[in-house]
Design a protein around this ligand. Structure first.
Ligand SMILES: NC(=O)c1ccc[n+]([C@@H]2O[C@H](COP(=O)([O-])OP(=O)(O)OC[C@H]3O[C@@H](n4cnc5c(N)ncnc54)[C@H](OP(=O)(O)O)[C@@H]3O)[C@@H](O)[C@H]2O)c1
Length: 196
């Protein structure tokens, strides 16, 4: 995946995170994010976003929040689920197929802008499958102690390359390129351990 592919935007895992690594508190609590996101915004990120692919968990959590708290103009929303609802919902497309196909579908709808991927489970799968170009994290000055972690336990190692950091009041935005296996220095098997 690359931002240069046929005029397509990048695939960006985007989330706010507590300093101790949680993207939601206990019981999917998001109040700690709303306190900051309403006052300290990064409008350039919203402007660069053309569509969102979210997991069913994120969709359900957002439904429990007020419309005011979820107002975010990130373009059309695609929800990946094994259990699409019987009734269609305006502005939301439910996808049930393969993960890579879902990313391709949502990315094509982004009109050349970036596709945001939200949800710990969904984003971890996308990272694991090499479908993500960037990770963008808003680090908020709070410790939550418990909740939904940034990634799921089976993710494994993903190497990142930092390329940006920006401050808006108490919020720090960090940006990383995801290093693809071909980006890494591959040492020949005969090279042995590095000399210390
Ligand atoms: N801090 C932030 O910026 C931020 C951003 C987004 C979300 N959140 C929070 O994160 C939490 C949700 O994250 P999460 O990890 O629990 O859930 P999630 O990734 O949003 O959704 C997981 C669900 O998505 C569906 N799904 C995932 N992979 C699939 C696949 N390959 N094929 C079909 N369906 C698939 C499944 O739903 P079915 O069971 O329906 O099949 C699965 O249970 C919420 O608390 C939300 O508020 C925080």
């Amino acid at each position: 995946m690359s931002g240069a592919d046929g005029g397509l935007g990048k695939v960006v895992v985007n989330r706010a995170m507590s300093l101790d690594g949680f993207i939601a508190g206990p019981d999917d609590a998001m109040d700690w994010i709303i306190e900051f996101s309403t006052e300290y915004a990064f409008p350039e990120v919203v402007q660069a976003t053309g569509a969102m692919l979210i997991g069913r968990g994120t969709y359900e959590a957002a439904r429990r929040m007020s419309a005011e708290d979820t107002a975010y103009d990130g373009g059309p929303v695609f929800v990946l689920t094994h259990r699409p609802p019987d009734e269609p919902e305006r502005g939301t497309t439910f996808l049930t197929g393969d993960l890579a196909e879902a990313v391709t579908t949502a990315r094509a709808a982004a009109g050349g802008k970036n596709l945001e991927v939200l949800g710990a489970d969904l984003a971890s799968q996308c990272l694991q499958r090499g479908l993500v170009d960037e990770v963008l994290v808003y680090v908020l000055p709070v410790l939550l102690g418990d909740g939904v972690r940034f990634s799921t336990s089976g993710l494994g190692r993903v190497d990142l390359e930092p390329f940006g950091n920006e401050q808006s009041g108490p919020v720090t935005m960090l940006r990383f390129r995801v290093r693809k296996p071909t980006d890494r220095d591959v040492r020949p098997p005969s090279a042995g351990p590095a000399a210390g």
